[in-house]
Design a protein around this ligand. Sequence first.
Ligand SMILES: [Cu+2]
Length: 498
Amino acid sequence: MTLLTIFIIFVLFAVVIVQISRINEMAKAIKGEEEVSDRSMDRQGKLLFGFMVVFLVGTVWSAWAYRNVMLGYGPHEAASAHGGSLDSLFNATLAMTGIVFIITHIALFYFAWKYRRRSNARATHISHDNRLEVIWTIIPAFAMVGLVISSLMIWNDVMADVDPDEDYLEIEATGTQFQWFIRYPGPDQKLGTKNFRLIEGSNALGQDWSDLKNLDDFIAQEIWLPKGKKVRVRIAARDVLHSFYLPHFRVKMDAVPGLPTMFVFTPIKTTEEYREELSKYSEYQVPADPDDPDGPQKWEVFDYELACAELCGYGHYSMRKVVKIVEEPEYRAWLREQESFYVQSIRGTDADPYKDQLFDYELADRKAEFERDFGDALSAADDAARIVRLKYVNFETASANLTALSRYELDNAAEVLQGNPSVVVELGGHTDSAGDADANLDLSRRRANAVLTYLSGKGIDTNRLVARGYGDLNPIDDNGTEEGRANNRRTELKIISE
Ligand SMILES: [Cu+2]
C-alpha cells in the first residue's frame, strides 16, 4: 500500500512538472523569448539553491535522527576488541568526505545560480590557474595518503592471525545454500579434517571419521562464545560465495568454495550487557511486537546475529543464526550440553569405521551402568524388580548368534557374577511378535542358551545359570513400532536366589 502511494505521488509529481513546462512554452510564445528565458533561468537557479538547502539539511537531520539505530553510534558501540578501531576509521573517513560533500554541493548549486544564463552577460575565459590546481591536488593527496596509511595499519592489526601458542578458541563456519553449519572442536580443542568427497546426506561437512579429532566435534544450532576469549573462525563455503557477517562485532569475511578464509576477533560485551546498553535508549523501549503492547520490549529480545552478506540465492535471507556472548561459566555449562555429531548421528551406522568396536569411555560407561543395574536388582525386595536387562546383548536376525559387540556386556555380567558367587540367575530370552509364536519360543530358548554357553565359557558354574525362553509372551513395549519391537527382542538376567 505504502509503495503504491509513493508510486502515485511520483506520477502526480511528474505530471505537475510536465504541465509547468507546457505553461512555460505557452508563455514563451506570448511574450518575448529572451525575456522569458532570463526569468525562467533565474527561477530555476533559485529553485536549485532551495533544493540544495532542503537536501543538505535533510541529510544531516536524518543522520542525527537515526543515530541511535546505526552501527557505531548510540548504543551500537562495537562488541569486539578490534571493532572500535574500524569505527573510528569510518568516522575519520566520514568527517573528511563529509566536509568535501558539503562544500562541493554548496559550490555546485551556488554556481548554478550565480552563472545562470543572462542575455546581457559575457563569459570570461580562464585557460588555467596554477595556484588553484596545486591547491586542489595537494590537499586531497595529503588527505588520501593519511587515510590509506591509517587504514593499512588498522587492517594489518585486525586481519592478523593468531600466534600458535596463544590461548584461543577455534570454530568453523561453513556456508551453504541456505544455512550456516557451525562446528566446534569438542573437548580435544581440535577440529577434525574434512574431505569434500565424503559429503553426503548424513555428513553435511564431509568430516573424515577415520580422523579421531572429528569424533568429538559438534555442530551447534547457535553460536555461543565466552566473553573476552579470542576466537578464530575458519570460514568455508560448500557451493557458492557466501559471506560470514557479524555486524555487531564488525566481522565480515567472504566464504569462498575451495579457498579457506578466517577471521580472528575477541568479543568484549555479553548479550546481556548489550541489552543493558540498549535499554537506555528510547528507540528500544518500545514493544518488540507492535501487536503485543504489553509484551517484551525491543531491548529485551535483542540478540547478536550472524548473517550472510553475499546475495547467494533465493533463500539468502534465511541464513541467520543467533550469536550469544556469555560469561565463561555459562559457556562451560552450554558446552557440556552439546553432543558430538559423530555420537549423535554416525556411531554404529554403516558410515562408522569403528562400528564393531567400543571406545574405552563406552566400555567404562557400560560397565558402570551394568554394575549399577545389578546392584539395584540385588537390593530390590520385589521379585519383578530383581531383573537386569542386558541392554547391549543382541543377536543376528532370526538366529541365536551373538553380535560382535554383545561380548562386552556379557563380560561385565560374568565379572559381576564372579564377584557374587552365591547368586543364581535365570537367563530369559524374549522376542517380538513378528512371525510364528512357536518359532519365536524356540528362538528365544536358543538365544537364552547361547548366553548361558558364553557365561559358562567365562567360568560361571552352570549350576548358577538357568536358561529359559519366553518367546513373544512378555512384551514390554509396543510391537507396532520398530523401536518397540527392538525393545521386545531382549535378554534378561533375573536373580532367583542369592
Ligand atoms: Cu549465503
